[in-house]
Ligand binder design. Structure first.
Ligand code: SF4
Length: 193
């Protein structure tokens, strides 16, 4: 029998499985509603999101919403948009940015939560970790090649780089992203929602 969504979310919110590795402690940040047609499969919350509890309420989120061509009302409506990072809690900071998402989170929770989202028409995959999980062997050797081959994964999946402002140099090196990928992304999102 399918789990009740509210009970599953209560379990996630009480989760402390990798608490010892989280410098600011557990605070799972995710958004889901069973009618959502767009799924944002991200990496892990950043420090600011850990503090507010609101996913992508930061400069990365502003970039992402601009790429998707949707406003905050659609983005933060759980019955339209589900937001599910690979790990739900802030992993802390390393030398060159945030640490990778906890590798304990996805095996424990991801399939159970995805099973609550039967209406998703488009999964937007952000970054390498979500790409590995959602595309597996369908992904290419690098994130850049996978993003460039986005048309191979349509109509149900769209791979993106991370929208962090730290990725500005990547965007400059790859002008085809804004020219070719963003218009196709907006079209795919508009069809899905
Ligand atoms: S990252 Fe995931 S597994 Fe770890 S404490 Fe948070 S919810 Fe639990």
């Amino acid at each position: 029998m399918k789990e009740a969504l509210s009970s599953l979310l209560d379990q996630v919110r009480a989760c402390r499985i990798c608490a010892d590795k989280l410098p600011m402690g557990p605070r799972p940040v995710l958004q889901i509603g069973t009618n959502a047609r767009l799924l944002i499969a991200g990496q892990a919350p950043g420090r600011k999101v850990h503090q507010t509890g609101v996913p992508f309420d930061d400069p990365s989120g502003e970039n992402l919403r601009a790429w998707l061509g949707i406003d905050r009302a659609v983005f933060y409506d759980p019955e339209k948009t589900a937001i599910l990072p690979m790990a739900f809690c802030y992993p802390g900071r390393g030398r060159s940015g945030d640490l990778p998402p906890s590798d304990e989170c996805a095996p424990l929770w991801r399939e159970r939560i995805l099973s609550q989202l039967p209406n998703v028409k488009l999964t937007v995959i952000i970054g390498r970790y979500a790409q590995l999980y959602h595309l597996g062997s369908r992904g290419k050797a690098t994130l850049t090649e996978t993003v460039r081959g986005f048309h191979e994964y349509l109509p149900d999946v769209f791979p993106l780089p991370h929208p962090s402002p730290r990725n500005g140099p990547w965007l400059k090196r790859h002008p085809w992203f804004e020219r070719d990928v963003i218009p196709a992304l907006r079209e795919a999102v508009s069809k899905a929602v």
